[in-house]
Ligand binder design. Structure first.
Ligand code: URA
Length: 242
């Protein structure tokens, strides 16, 4: 790969990368290279002005989305987005969210620079399970569980069978876990509303086998571990290094 392309993958524009290289500020594997077109391996460490960067092909992160924040990388009206929590270099690399959570919904959002991985994780074809924790109005009962198992019909679509696990049930309020394999607009809220239990609060805990890290408070993020990344690529039948 050309050295200027590799440097731009760290988060610089191609012309910034060229200037840094020509001015002698870039070392590849310990050697200063001044030719932006120099041919280098993709997985080497690059030193720029004394700071070492390892260039990963893709960046994958989990973020704990707070309420009031949009699942987007920018908003024309200036609202806060999940991207505001991430370093600028990730945005320059083109990181984007995998699906969406409503503005008032909290919890796990995955973000990746791998558009095909994101596409497969939200595609109905791959039936990736998402787990939500919901607080709802009223007492949930077995009839709600059965309704979820049978698939709920709406005017615009019929939700696929889903699991509802009741954690607590009282007259005024209940809590439950909901497992769905689709991601239609307001899907979980609509399903719970359809069985007579409007949502008070909704929180996403898990996507496929990736669980929201309990050490992340709202607004915090971390990169996925190698084993989490591998699991996502295996699940979506993709080649991690492809
Ligand atoms: N279901 C919803 O209703 N809202 C979300 O944000 C996600 C799932």
């Amino acid at each position: 790969m050309r050295l200027d392309k590799l440097v731009s993958m760290i988060g610089f524009t191609r012309s910034e990368a060229k200037k840094l290289i020509v001015s002698g500020r870039v070392k590849a594997e310990g050697t200063t290279l001044r030719d932006p077109g120099a041919n280098v391996k993709e997985d080497i460490d690059i030193e720029i002005g004394g700071e070492v960067f390892s260039v990963k092909k893709h960046i994958h992160v989990m973020i704990h989305k707070p309420a009031g924040v949009l699942t987007a990388t920018e908003d024309g009206k200036g609202a806060k987005t999940v991207a505001d929590f991430l370093p600028e270099v990730f945005l320059k690399r083109g990181i984007g969210p995998v699906g969406r959570l409503d503005k008032d919904v909290t919890g796990l959002v995955l973000m990746t620079t791998d558009g095909q991985l994101a596409h497969r994780l939200i595609s109905p074809r791959w039936e990736v399970t998402k787990r939500y924790r919901a607080k709802v109005e009223g007492r949930l009962d077995d009839a709600c569980v059965s309704a979820f198992r049978n698939g709920i019909a709406f005017k615009d679509f019929t939700a696929k069978p889903a699991e509802l696990e009741i954690l607590s049930a009282e007259d005024h309020e209940s809590t439950c876990l909901v497992y769905v394999t689709e991601g239609k607009f307001h899907q979980v809220k609509r399903m719970l509303q359809a069985v007579g239990h409007p949502v008070i609060h909704l929180h996403r805990e898990k996507i496929a086998m990736i669980e929201l890290d309990e050490n992340l408070s709202e607004g915090q993020w971390r990169e996925l571990t190698q084993s989490e990344i591998r699991e996502l690529y295996v699940l979506t039948e993709m080649n991690e290094n492809g």
